[in-house]
Design a protein around this ligand. Structure first.
Ligand SMILES: [Zn+2]
Ligand SMILES: [Zn+2]
Length: 160
């Protein structure tokens, strides 16, 4: 009896409700949930494209390498800040797990600019020396007297 008593407005509302309800399951079945997962997966893969790489070339030994970053704070080495601009390469052998934000990635510093003459030198012992800043071999030898005596001895040995 009470249903009969309710207004025709309500019954009309009910019919529209039924209409949309009937549409919903239809649309959800046309979109395969599995298909959706695959497409979002492939999207993710596209977004992890390798970034443009930076050319590094040592002016002493002519070693040629592509690196990922030049500067003091590599975005992939969390919290690490160099005292000078460095050419940094992601370690290609580091497991992808270490790309998690909490841990710095493994990386390799290829080289830097000589703090005196500005040329790009690699980190090989015959090309440069690091003492607070990077010095190319020539500038290190030319300014040998400016370094502490034990550093001078180390440099002489290194470049001999
Ligand atoms: Zn070199
Ligand atoms: Zn130099």
């Amino acid at each position: 009896m009470s249903t009969n008593h309710s207004s025709p407005r309500e019954s009309h509302q009910h019919s529209t409700n039924e209409d949309s309800e009937a549409k919903l399951p239809l649309s959800s079945t046309s979109k395969d949930p599995n298909e959706k997962e695959i497409s979002s997966d492939s999207k993710f893969q596209v977004s992890t494209e390798p970034e443009p790489r930076i050319q590094f070339r040592c002016e002493k030994c002519d070693i040629d390498e592509l690196c990922d970053y030049k500067g003091q704070k590599p975005p992939f080495a969390n919290g690490i800040c160099f005292t000078e601009d460095c050419f940094v390469m992601r370690d290609p052998f580091a497991p992808p797990l270490f790309r998690a934000r909490s841990k710095p990635e493994y990386f390799i510093v290829l080289g830097a600019h000589c703090t005196v003459c500005g040329i790009v030198v690699c980190k090989r012992t015959r090309c440069s020396v690091f003492y607070e800043k990077t010095f190319c071999k020539d500038c290190a030898l030319a300014n040998l007297k400016c370094f502490p005596s034990e550093v001078q001895a180390r440099m002489r040995k290194q470049f001999s």
